[in-house]
Design a protein around this ligand. Structure first.
Ligand SMILES: Cc1ncc(COP(=O)(O)O)c(C=O)c1O
Length: 462
């Protein structure tokens, strides 16, 4: 006989069909303890509940517990239940809260927002409204493109804030850019031809594309973004970060935008616009989306990973019409769709204005941080910042210093940093540099992280 305990930790307990019952209970619990399925501190059901579950007399289970207690496997605490003993027979306490975390290592790793700013209360309120207001049908399987309510909210937001021509019927909700790109790459595979990415660019996404099939080629960038004139013919797609090139931080110039769309029209290549941090623009007028120049040739991608939290895994694509069918089919063949309650919560978040409020708050805080960082770095004339006008990271070119020396100095100061080295595709030599994710630390850790960084540039760490 096998049971799952409820009311406490679920544990699968198997008793032989025949034989003495008390010994069977003792053996089964001892086995569960040995297997680690009942760890020290785990609470066992009361003798009454277990007896009822197993169809035994209560006295049989009480006798089994007593025997296990004598053997040192259980601790019977009158009035507060029976728990599994620790290895030395001591009470394995069930901690009321997890043990205090070790002090966090400092981090200026790029690509992350300050997740301690996540608007928990407002998100919770939005989730409550979403669940309360959801139709019964919303708990069934949903539309592979995403919930219509979120697609409507996004169409409004993207048009207003990012200059995207977004028809709700062309929007697909995804589980982060990585997921969106993986899905898109499976569709591009049918087209044949390699996919061009910026050189340098984030290697993680190159792996995502390759894993889906297409070959990846690199095309150089400069202060004006992707060098469009260097794009070869025969590409299935060009994936780029026009608003704030990752990692070097250039913005695709107006002229190159026009040239890029001309290239796409001439060759039939798809353009994939990764607008990962477009909400954060500090010095100039916001840069609109390339997508608006030709919505039939550009896939626009946005994400909550910089504005809210990467852990949400919520993002969106705006698709050319011809890709809607294939992308819908690709979702049906894989994960079907993004979780509906998360989608409805995000829709509430947009509609209430909470999303805009959060972006504005973060933008102000990150601009202040960026200014403080630049002021601190200015003491080192040989270190050159790049890509400072936008986003949640910048690059420091290191002059005569090597990346390896700076990263080693950072490691000695317990500071997590990313070097530029792994972002390049083509053979070097490449400029030595580090990415600085100034949004990453929580507020209290920002000052110490910047001081640790500056310490890496001080004379002794050459
Ligand atoms: C270039 C770029 N695009 C997109 C993203 C967002 O990815 P995701 O939505 O999968 O978190 C990031 C995050 O680091 C990024 O660096």
């Amino acid at each position: 006989m096998a049971i799952e305990w409820s009311g406490s930790r679920d544990v699968h307990l198997e008793l032989p069909a025949a034989g003495p019952r008390r010994q069977a209970v003792v053996a089964a619990i001892r086995q569960a303890v040995r297997d680690g399925r009942l760890p020290p501190g785990a609470r066992l059901p009361s003798t009454r509940v277990l007896a009822a579950d197993l169809g035994l007399a209560r006295g049989t289970v009480t006798a089994a517990y007593d025997e296990l207690a004598v053997q040192g496997h259980l601790l019977i605490r009158p009035g507060s239940g029976t728990v599994v003993a620790g290895p030395t027979g001591a009470i394995g306490p069930i901690p009321a809260r997890p043990p205090a975390a070790k002090p966090q290592r400092l981090s200026l790793l790029a690509g992350r927002p300050d997740v301690s700013r996540f608007p928990r209360t407002r998100w919770l309120a939005a989730a409550r409204r979403a669940v309360t207001g959801a139709a019964t049908a919303d708990f069934g399987y949903g539309d592979p493109m995403g919930h219509p309510a979120l697609r409507r909210s996004l169409a409004e937001y993207l048009g207003r804030a990012r200059g995207v021509l977004a028809d709700p019927d062309r929007i697909m909700i995804c589980g982060g850019y990585a997921h969106a790109l993986a899905t898109l790459a499976t569709v591009l595979r049918e087209h044949g031809g390699p996919v061009a990415v910026e050189d340098p660019s984030l290697p993680d996404f190159r792996r995502v594309i390759r894993a889906a099939g297409p070959e990846v080629v690199g095309v150089g960038v400069d202060a004006d973004g992707l060098r469009v004139a260097e794009l070869p013919d025969g590409l299935a797609a060009v994936v780029l970060t026009p608003a704030h090139q990752l990692p070097l931080g250039g913005t695709l110039s107006a002229r190159r935008r026009t040239e890029l769309v001309g290239y796409a029209r001439r060759t039939g290549a798809l353009l994939v616009e990764d607008d990962y941090d477009g909400e954060f623009r500090f010095d100039r007028q916001p840069v609109g989306a390339v997508q608006a120049l030709d919505p039939e040739r550009v896939v626009y991608s946005g994400t909550t990973s910089k504005t809210l939290a990467p852990g949400l895994r919520l993002s969106w694509l705006v698709l050319p019409e011809r890709l809607v069918g294939p992308m819908r089919a690709a979702r049906l063949a894989t994960d079907r769709h993004t979780g509906v309650l998360d989608q409805l919560t995000l829709a509430e978040f947009f509609d209430s204005g909470d999303y805009d409020r959060q972006v504005r708050r973060c933008r102000t805080a990150y601009r202040t941080r960026r200014d403080a960082l630049l002021a601190a770095v200015a003491e080192h004339a040989d270190v050159t910042p790049l890509g400072v006008a936008a986003g949640v990271h910048l690059v420091l070119l290191l002059g005569d210093r090597t990346e390896a020396a700076v990263l080693a100095a950072a490691a000695r100061r317990s500071l997590a940093l990313d070097g530029l080295g792994r972002y390049w595709l083509g053979p070097g030599p490449h400029p030595q540099g580090v990415l600085i994710g100034y949004a990453t630390p929580a507020e209290h850790a920002f000052g110490p992280a910047v001081r640790a960084l500056i310490g890496c540039f001080d004379q002794e760490s050459h």
